[in-house]
Design a protein around this ligand. Structure first.
Ligand SMILES: [Fe+2]
Ligand SMILES: [Fe+2]
Length: 195
C-alpha cells in the first residue's frame, strides 16, 4: 500500500514537472548520506529520506512554465514559487496520500534557515530537528546539477562543499554541514580507492 502511494506521489510530481521528481531523488541520496554520517537511528533515517523525497511536493501548485523558466524570474514568479512549502501539506491531504504525512514538516520547513532568513516566515526552532538535513541536501543537489535559471555550471560534490561553506551556520546547521562534508570526502576516498 505504502509503495503504491509513493509511486502515485512520484507520478503526480513527474507528470507536473519531471525535473522536480529527478531532483527529489538526488535529494534523497544526499540526505541518506548525511543521515548515515550523523548516525541517525533507522526510524529517523526513514523519516529524513521520506521528507527528502516529498520536500518539493508543493511545487505541483506552481505553474510548470514558471518552474522551467530559464534566466531571471520576475517578482511575481518568485512569489508563486515561494508558495510551494505551504502548498505541500494541503496537496497531500487533497490527494489522500497519508504515506507523505511524515514528510509534511520537511515540505513546510526546507527553505527556513537558522539565521531567520528564507520562507515561509516562521521560526527556525519550529521546523523540526531533522528538516535541516533535507535543507542541506536540497541546496547541495541544486548547486551540484546547476539549474537552468542559475548562472553557474554544474559542480562536483567537493566543489559544492566549498561553494556552500560560507553559509555554514547561517543557512545550514553546522553539524549538518560537517556531516555533508565528511560524507562527500569519505565517499570520494572510497571511490578513489576502488576506482
Ligand atoms: Fe523547495
Ligand atoms: Fe528542492
Amino acid at each position: 500500500m505504502e509503495r503504491k502511494e509513493l509511486r502515485r506521489a512520484e507520478g503526480i510530481t513527474r507528470a507536473h514537472y519531471s525535473e522536480t521528481a529527478d531532483h527529489s531523488l538526488t535529494v534523497v541520496s544526499l540526505a541518506r548520506l548525511i543521515g548515515l554520517v550523523m548516525g541517525l537511528d533507522s526510524d529517523a533515517q526513514r523519516r529524513v529520506e521520506l521528507g527528502a523525497l516529498g520536500h518539493d511536493f508543493g511545487k505541483w501548485a506552481v505553474r510548470a512554465q514558471v518552474l522551467a523558466k530559464p534566466g531571471i524570474r520576475t517578482d511575481a514568479e518568485f512569489e508563486e514559487i515561494q508558495e510551494h512549502p505551504e502548498a505541500g501539506p494541503i496537496l497531500v491531504d487533497l490527494c489522500d496520500l497519508p504515506v507523505l504525512e511524515e514528510a509534511k514538516p520537511f515540505m513546510v520547513g526546507h527553505h527556513v534557515y537558522p539565521d531567520g532568513s528564507g520562507y515561509p516566515k516562521m521560526k527556525f526552532q519550529e521546523i523540526g530537528p531533522e528538516v535541516p538535513i533535507a535543507t542541506m541536501a536540497d541546496t547541495a543537489a541544486v548547486v551540484h546539477f546547476g539549474r537552468i535559471y542559475q548562472e553557474h555550471p554544474p559542480l562536483s560534490l567537493p566543489q559544492v562543499v566549498e561553494r556552500l561553506r560560507p553559509h555554514r551556520g547561517t543557512q545550514f546547521v553546522p553539524e549538518v554541514f560537517d556531516a555533508f562534508e565528511e560524507g562527500v570526502s569519505s565517499t570520494r576516498k572510497r571511490l578513489l580507492l576502488t576506482g
